[in-house]
Design a protein around this ligand. Structure first.
Ligand SMILES: *Cc1c(COP(=O)(O)O)cnc(C)c1O
Length: 450
């Protein structure tokens, strides 16, 4: 690891437990949170963070916590990565905002150039910057409809695309994302998703069978020539790190091309080196017409993008796209810093190494603990599905016990899954082997304690 952000006073990259979690100081602030902040917001880890660097977060009570979530796949380059911090510091001193459609600046253009270059596809591409993943997904759909002059959007079971009105409609899971928040946008059609661990058909022909099922439904229930876009996460994130069977994504992309449908890859969680490629679609050489990015794009600052074939991005009339903050100059500087860090710290390769450590260690645990039903994922995006021993019945209670055990010992691990029984690992890609193994040791103890 190169020099860290807090050069004068670096945060030690080691776990340290000073108090119970939450400690007394965090507990006081959490009480204030309860009074001041909407109850609609969850709290996965009960500690007030005062500082973070690399793969360690420090709380108000002096506990040092290992971060295996990266703020939900955001700080892939590590928290407060020096390249991000130095570019942000420089940018914030230059100016804080103009609105790009009022008076443009270089950073926005450089981020678009970089995205057009880094995303798969040798055709001419253009980009648009927004603030959040959901906002970028909204724009992707809006642009695809305008370009195709069609309305129907195809989405999948277990999908997660955000929490705004349109993206709630795209998202599959009712509780907690949609319950009571309707009515939802129309012209959204949900298709079956091959979920290998729970697939009941013939595993050998799963991709082909699922594809036949999806395309049959599109033709019979919507009409292929009424479909504007197919949007899919190359590996489903919130749905539980569901990796589609080989051949499914290429088949879907081919079908979209054949019928003039815009194929959109939602790489908000899978993008930016996470899976051991810059983008997850590269694993099967899938070239989407359009790709949505956010989360890992800017090392922690709010930024998101839509990148697509130039003719799609240019189909909108002037003024049809935009927004007040999209592509804010500070966030653009952060994105350029994050891309520099991915390149200089070779984080695409590092994601593969981390993936191997995670996968080997989790597979060894699965052999010992029969509540681990499956280990799956790609690169530094791995998950385990927790079941009732001897069955595939979801076991969210065992998962909660394991997570709690880890929390008390200063290891932050996120959950996911349609059935609320998946433990997912999204460590910062700058995490050291030692720190990762320390965290996995705690996880092993947690399973042993069940
Ligand atoms: C998180 C996520 C989104 C939404 O991004 P926000 O920045 O939270 O709006 C969309 N798609 C996927 C795949 C995500 O993981």
């Amino acid at each position: 690891m190169t020099t860290r952000a807090h050069a004068q006073n670096p945060l030690p990259q080691s776990r340290h437990i000073a108090t119970e979690i939450p400690g007394p100081l965090s507990a006081q602030v959490i009480a204030r949170r309860k009074e001041a902040v909407s109850a609609g917001l969850g709290m996965a880890f009960p500690a007030i963070i005062t500082r973070a660097e690399g793969a360690i977060m420090e709380d108000l009570d002096g506990n040092r916590i290992i971060d295996l979530g990266s703020g939900i796949g955001v700080v892939n380059v590590g928290n407060a990565n020096p390249a991000v911090v130095s570019r942000v510091t420089e940018a914030v001193q230059a100016f804080t905002h103009t609105n790009f459609t009022t008076a443009p600046y270089l950073g926005y253009i450089e981020v678009c150039e970089a995205l057009n270059e880094l995303t798969p596809g040798t055709f001419k591409k253009k980009s648009l910057l927004q603030n959040s993943g959901a906002e970028a997904v909204e724009n992707a759909i809006k642009i695809a409809r305008h370009y195709t002059k069609r309305q129907a959007i195809v989405v999948f079971e277990h999908a997660y695309h955000g929490r705004t009105n349109l993206t709630m409609a795209l998202t599959a899971k009712n509780m907690p994302y949609k319950d009571g928040f309707g009515p939802f946008a129309n012209e959204i059609y949900r298709m079956p998703m091959p979920y290998p661990y729970r697939y009941e058909g013939n595993a050998a022909t799963m991709a082909a069978d699922a594809l036949a099922d999806v395309t049959h439904k599109i033709e019979k229930e919507i009409g292929a020539d009424r479909v504007a876009a197919i949007i899919i996460e190359p590996i489903q994130g919130e749905g539980g790190f569901i990796v589609p069977p080989k051949g499914f994504l290429p088949g879907l992309s081919e079908y979209a091309t054949k019928h003039g449908i815009v194929f959109i890859a939602d790489e908000v969680q899978t993008g930016f080196a996470r899976t051991g490629n810059y983008f997850a679609v590269e694993d099967e050489n899938v070239v989407p017409d359009m790709i949505v990015t956010a989360k890992g794009i800017a090392g922690g600052l709010p930024l998101a993008a839509v990148t697509a074939r130039a003719e799609i991005m240019d189909s909108s009339h002037v003024g049809g796209l935009g927004g007040t903050y999209g592509g804010n100059p500070i966030a653009c500087a952060a994105a350029l810093g994050a891309m520099q860090a991915i390149r200089e710290e070779k984080l695409v390769d590092r994601a593969r190494e981390i993936g191997k450590i995670l996968h080997d260690s989790l597979t060894a645990m699965a052999a010992k603990y029969s509540v681990i039903g499956e280990v799956r994922g790609r690169g530094a995006m791995q998950a385990i599905e927790i079941v009732v021993a001897g069955s595939k019945d979801p076991n969210p209670a065992a998962m909660a016990t394991v997570i709690k055990y880890c929390q008390a010992r200063g290891v932050l691990i996120l959950t996911a899954g349609t059935y609320g029984n998946v433990i997912r690992f999204l460590p910062p890609l700058v995490i050291s082997d030692e720190l990762l193994k320390d965290a996995l040791g705690v996880l092993d103890e947690a399973f042993a304690s069940l």
